[in-house]
Design a protein around this ligand. Structure first.
Ligand SMILES: [Zn+2]
Length: 463
């Protein structure tokens, strides 16, 4: 019964139009906006995706980029400091235009900030735009206009932050026909074009990551590519033992190449912990950990891309529950790692579904997927995690814990989407009307996610 992911993988690898651009999990979470439940079928428009490529700057270009990272950070921090000072002095909030005049235009004329003129002003203006967005999100969160966790006030950026970046809009960069990326006041940087850009990018973020690698992340508008309707639907239970279990019984574990990357990361971390603090070996070991970390993260993202593409292509609707490990004693750190991985995966499912006219619905976090019998709907209470299989006292059906949960997620997902249909929304194609298997009271409608890129659609609803 148990299949490894490698075996269940589609024969044709999901590439070409399926290798969608990268999402940036952290940014997407920061900028995503709550929407009323509507099916994607009624809100088709173009999707903005990120396409990321490795950059190979020359030593001189690295110096210029470091200067740009530094100046962007200083402008961001100056702006934050000015607003904090105004707030502390009881003065009104400094508007975006006034702040720009203060910390960029006028600052350049002072001896302490004259060096801001050495980098492209596009970089400085965009750094300040980041600050504006951070403030707007913070205010919206304070006013209760944002769903999800509370957003903290903007924080100062540090020279020691592992990820340094600058963002440039169209007037600050150009993709050269010869294949190099021209960045204002940095030069023409060598790019490894791992796949073609689908259209002209509207902005680019140049990033230096913890492992010292450089990337260009382009924001590109891509047209929706609705797929022919299919009737299949699937429930997905994300967990620890297997990455995912599907309602048809397929178990998908992390592929071997990802496990080996994660083992290497663990070994590098152990080696680091054995070194003396402040020693030269410690510095080397820390860089090795950063590299292993970056490689494991890349591998994980690649796996998420493959699996999400496959699920969206083969199913008209995907229903997903992300917290099947409630109550398991885990360290906070380990839990964070898993939650972040699942969240990134679910976001990929969502934006791919949006592009291809498919439905993704998230089942509520408190849905008792392991308490219900997926056969007869009987609810017989919570079960400790060590109970992997049981027989239903109502109908006698034998259940595998995760498979049963995935089937319950499928039933619940169908119920949720069909109750939205009843409320007057356009149904997605291929939805079977299924009776509620468990007889539970109606839950709040699921959230439909929408992918919003930072730096491009900054005032979706707040404006
Ligand atoms: Zn039963």
């Amino acid at each position: 019964m148990r299949k490894d992911y490698e075996k269940t993988r589609p024969k044709t690898p999901p590439d070409g139009p399926w290798m969608d651009g990268e999402s940036t999990p952290r940014d997407a979470a920061r900028f995503s906006i709550p929407l009323r439940p509507i099916f994607f079928a009624v809100m088709f428009d173009d999707v903005q995706l990120r396409y990321r490529y490795r950059l190979y700057p020359t030593p001189g270009q690295r110096v210029a980029l470091a200067r740009a990272f530094g100046c962007a950070r200083v402008v961001f921090n100056d702006g934050l400091r000015a607003r904090q000072a105004a707030h502390a002095a009881g003065l009104p909030y400094i508007g975006d235009t006034d702040l720009q005049k203060q910390v960029i235009t006028r600052a350049k004329l002072t001896p302490e900030r004259a060096w801001l003129g050495e980098v492209s002003s596009v970089v400085l203006v965009q750094a300040l735009a980041d600050l504006h967005v951070a403030y707007r999100n913070f205010f919206a969160s304070l006013a209760g206009e944002r769903k999800g966790p509370e957003i903290a006030a903007p924080r100062f950026r540090s020279r020691k932050d592992v990820r340094q970046s600058v963002r440039l809009t169209r007037n600050g960069f150009r993709v050269r026909p010869g294949g190099r990326l021209r960045v204002a006041k940095v030069g023409e940087i060598k790019v490894r074009w791992s796949r073609p850009l689908p259209s002209e990018p509207s902005s680019v973020t140049v990033v230096r990551d913890a492992a010292g690698r450089y990337f260009a992340s382009f924001v590109v508008e891509v047209e929706d590519e609705p797929l022919p309707a299919g009737g299949r639907e699937v429930g997905v239970d994300l967990g620890l033992a297997d990455f995912a279990v599907l309602s048809d019984g397929t178990k998908i574990s992390n592929p071997r190449w990802l496990r080996s990357r994660e083992r290497k990361l663990k070994r590098a971390q152990q080696a680091l912990s054995r070194t003396q603090k402040g020693s030269r070996n410690r510095g080397k070991a820390a860089r090795r950990v950063a590299k292993a970390h970056a490689r494991a993260a890349d591998a994980r993202r690649e796996f998420h891309h493959q699996l999400s593409s496959w699920l969206v292509r083969d199913n008209q609707a995907v229903y997903v529950e992300t917290l099947s490990v409630k109550g398991l004693a885990r360290t906070r750190q380990a839990r964070g790692v898993h939650d972040a991985g699942w969240a990134a995966f679910v976001r990929m499912l969502e934006y791919k579904a949006a592009r291809h006219g498919r439905t993704v619905a998230k089942v509520a976090r408190d849905f008792p997927s392991t308490q219900l019998c997926s056969q007869c709907g009987r609810r017989d209470g919570p079960k400790p995690l060590r109970v992997r299989a049981w027989a239903c006292p109502g109908c006698g059906a034998r259940h595998d814990r995760d498979h049963n949960a995935a089937r319950n997620v499928l039933h619940e997902g169908r119920r949720l989407t069909s109750s939205t249909v009843a409320a007057g929304c356009t149904p997605a194609q291929g939805h079977a009307e299924t009776p509620n298997a468990c007889g539970e009271p109606v839950r709040p409608p699921f959230a439909v996610a929408r992918f919003v890129e930072p730096g491009t659609r900054q005032k979706p609803e707040a404006a």
